[in-house]
Design a protein around this ligand. Structure first.
Ligand code: GCB
Length: 601
């Protein structure tokens, strides 16, 4: 152990606490090795491995404490007091949430420590980065007893450089994961989904050269769709180095010298491009070259804009035939794999969708990349959900970081057309300031996509309106409304009138009601499949009368776990608004929705 303390003493501060680097673009196509697999874990309800008995945080004091779990201490000395041992602790699959893997941890919210040992031989002149696809909610990361850093926010990717810390043999990576809900967090304490804890997405080591392409953006120009523009950023570039972009199928080959700030901004003609559309999701092979390195991607090109009440994809009217979905797998746990993505998106396709709303947080990259391939337009969202601590500047910074990280990862995916800032947030001046500040950031980071937020409608004297000041700032006025479930009478559906003060596209971002699959009876009684079917029939009649209606995404594709949904024999811990049950069986309303989309031009 002394060795580590010595190492710490001689490491410059910026390496002892390796700085988090903005997510590396396109990790899947780099030289990687996976750290997925079985990891040892210790459930630490009292955070005994993090604080001493006076609640001093071990990793802040930087002096060795045998109690600090991240040292993974094995004493050769029988006199030493060491009260933990990763190697004798149980294992679980990573990536994976702990709730669905371990019965005892089903309801657990707190700290769990994870450890994995591995060898890695890093040759001179190479660099190594450690990337986490996502950890819910807070991660403290330590490699070989040295803290790399901490990350907050359960659905975004983050990386640390580990070149100076990695050893050929017996590295140990320790991650403390804490998913306690907090009032000032994003999301806050109250959500209608399961707070799955753990290392929920892939853990990957990425090996690079000393200097390498870190990030890039490539898409059609907003003003001039005959041009392709964007940037390439090289990490550690030397003066006068150059980068090249090639799109062989379009005979494009563009070379440029890297500017002093390591950046190349580019714009070149993109004539004869076959646009990406849901019907024909054309992806081009794009090669980014720097020195003798080539990074490959598959990129679709399309434009997205609005004109009054219309949404225009490549300049042509598009109606969003959508469905909402959570990121859950077939077993009732957090989804992450390609198979999980395929299962969900195939159902969306079968329903007749050209669009999915990924609620209520950034989903994993497999889903986004598959949507790109399958031709599904995507709404992505950050978990600014219901009641957030809107007055708290730290909460704002947290939300802003999650927004930036979401945009950073997915900005090159043609499928993604909408960034959503929030869902059903209560009106107040602070809330509107919070969200409009987020909107400014989103527009600055990505001026090409549409901005939205799921709002609430108001009803007065039989007239429904969207009366939210945010309507003035967003491109698509989206709203959730639950006629016949949380209020209102289904018989009145056709009589309801809609008005909007905004001359913008309106989207019904949610509607629906629960049904227990297999439960049949009167269409007037809740929980029956016939009730849900009737609710859909009536809601769709109402929805068709909404002026400027540009799309809809019923709530929701599949039943999902929620601690708020407790009715025995019916809900049993699931929100039952799915068109498909959690066992994968379609309910009657599925076919109503499918027919509606079939008949919609
Ligand atoms: C909503 C929320 C969604 C809930 C849904 C419901 O409005 O946006 O997260 O799950 O209603 O089932 O109540």
């Amino acid at each position: 152990m002394k060795k580590f303390i010595l190492l710490l003493a001689f490491l410059p501060a910026n390496l002892a606490f390796s700085q988090e680097i903005p997510s590396l673009q396109n990790i899947g196509n780099r030289k990687t090795s996976s750290l997925n697999g079985k990891w040892n874990y210790i459930v630490d309800l009292y955070e005994t491995g993090y604080y001493n008995f006076h609640l001093d945080q071990y990793d802040r004091k930087m002096d060795f404490q045998m109690g600090a779990y991240y040292f993974n201490y094995h004493s050769p000395n029988k006199q030493d007091l060491v009260e933990y041992d990763f190697d004798k602790s149980p294992v679980m699959n990573i990536p994976g949430d702990w709730n669905s893997q371990t019965k005892d941890l089903f309801y657990y919210e707190g700290t769990v420590w994870f450890k994995r040992s591995f060898d890695y031989s890093l040759k001179a002149g190479k660099r190594l980065f450690l990337n986490f696809g996502a950890v819910n909610y807070k991660a403290d990361v330590y490699l070989n007893g040295i803290k790399l850093g901490a990350h907050t926010g359960g659905f975004t990717s983050f990386s640390f450089e580990v070149s100076a810390i990695i050893k050929n043999k017996n590295n140990f990576l320790v991650v403390k994961v804490d998913n306690k809900r907090q009032k000032d967090a994003v999301p806050s304490t109250n959500t209608d989904w399961w707070n799955y804890g753990g290392i929920t997405r892939d853990i990957t080591l990425i090996e690079t050269e000393e200097a390498f392409i870190e990030d890039y953006s490539i898409q059609l120009g907003k003003q001039d769709s005959t041009k392709i523009n964007g940037y390439i950023r090289v990490n550690n570039a030397r003066p006068q180095d150059s980068v090249m972009i090639r799109i062989p199928e379009l005979n494009i080959s563009y070379k440029s010298i890297i500017a002093a700030d390591s950046l190349v901004n580019f714009e070149f003609s993109g004539r004869n491009i076959k646009y990406w559309t849901p019907g024909s999701p054309k992806l081009y092979r794009v090669l980014l070259q720097y020195n003798n390195q080539t990074l490959e991607d598959e990129v679709g090109f399309r434009t997205i804009a609005t004109d009054g009440g219309k949404i225009l994809l490549n300049g042509r009217l598009v109606f969003l035939k959508g469905i909402c979905m959570h990121e859950e797998n077939a077993k009732g746990g957090r989804g992450n794999s390609k198979e999980d993505a395929l299962r969900l998106l195939s159902w969306a396709k079968e329903l007749g969708c050209n669009y999915v709303r990924l609620a209520h947080y950034p989903h994993n990259e497999n889903i986004i990349r598959l949507a790109d391939k399958m031709g599904l337009l995507v709404w992505e969202e950050i978990p600014v959900y219901w009641t957030i601590d809107f007055k708290n500047p730290a909460t704002y910074r947290n939300a802003e970081t999650q927004l930036k990280d979401m945009i950073a990862r997915d900005k090159n995916r043609a499928a993604v057309i909408i960034w959503s800032m929030a869902n059903e947030t209560p009106l107040s001046a602070e809330r509107t300031k919070f969200i409009t500040d987020l909107i400014s950031v989103a527009r600055e980071k990505d001026p090409t996509r549409l901005i939205s937020a799921a709002l609430l409608s108001e009803s007065k004297d039989g007239i429904h309106t969207i009366n939210d000041p945010l309507g003035a700032y967003i491109d698509l006025v989206a709203f959730n409304q639950y006629l016949g479930w949380y209020g209102g009478n289904l018989e009145d559906a056709e009589k309801i009138k809609w008005s909007s003060i905004y001359n913008k596209p309106l989207i019904v971002s949610e509607f629906g009601g629960d049904a227990r699959q297999g439960l049949h009876g009167s269409k007037y009684d809740r929980w029956n499949e016939e009730f849900q079917e009737y609710l859909y029939i009536q809601n769709l009649k109402m929805i068709d009368k909404i002026p400027n209606l540009a799309g809809l995404s019923p709530w929701i594709l599949v039943d999902f776990r929620s601690p708020r949904r407790l009715l025995p024999g019916i809900q049993d811990g699931y929100n039952r608004k799915g068109l498909i049950s959690n066992e994968g069986k379609k309910k009657k309303a599925f076919w109503i929705m499918k027919k509606y989309y079939q008949n919609k031009p």
